[in-house]
Design a protein around this ligand. Sequence first.
Ligand SMILES: [Zn+2]
Length: 150
Amino acid sequence: MRVIALVDNAFGSTPKPMHFTNYKHCDECKEHDDTLTSQTRVSISREHLGSMGWDPITFADAEGIAYYFPALVRFALRPAIGEREWYAVQLLWHLTYDADANKLFRGFDACQRQAVYDFLAHLAASRERELDDHLVKDQIESAFKLWKQA
Ligand SMILES: [Zn+2]
């Protein structure tokens, strides 16, 4: 798929950082760091990415999220797996949290921002019904507003 290739091209050269979170801060930061350091963008599973209430990506900085971004996009383009919610719901939250101060928007370079925008356009065009069913139409509108500044 074209959008996967665009995302791989923009994020594929991002190295895996030594740490992803402020791991000395508390047990939760440490546990999320352990999850992300123990996997790669190839090995990480939907289970590792948790839920809205327990989400290692929430605790990661932009550099670490850039490393995992190709995997995050792949999960978002798949239907819900097992007990877990459709990953696009979590990813849209990460792409819109804090509006203009969004850490991914601030941390990603111009090429990466453009790839995020292209991913959002693909998601909106190909998953209209799913976005409606998961009540995230407003989130994708907010995401477009932010990432079109790419
Ligand atoms: Zn902490």
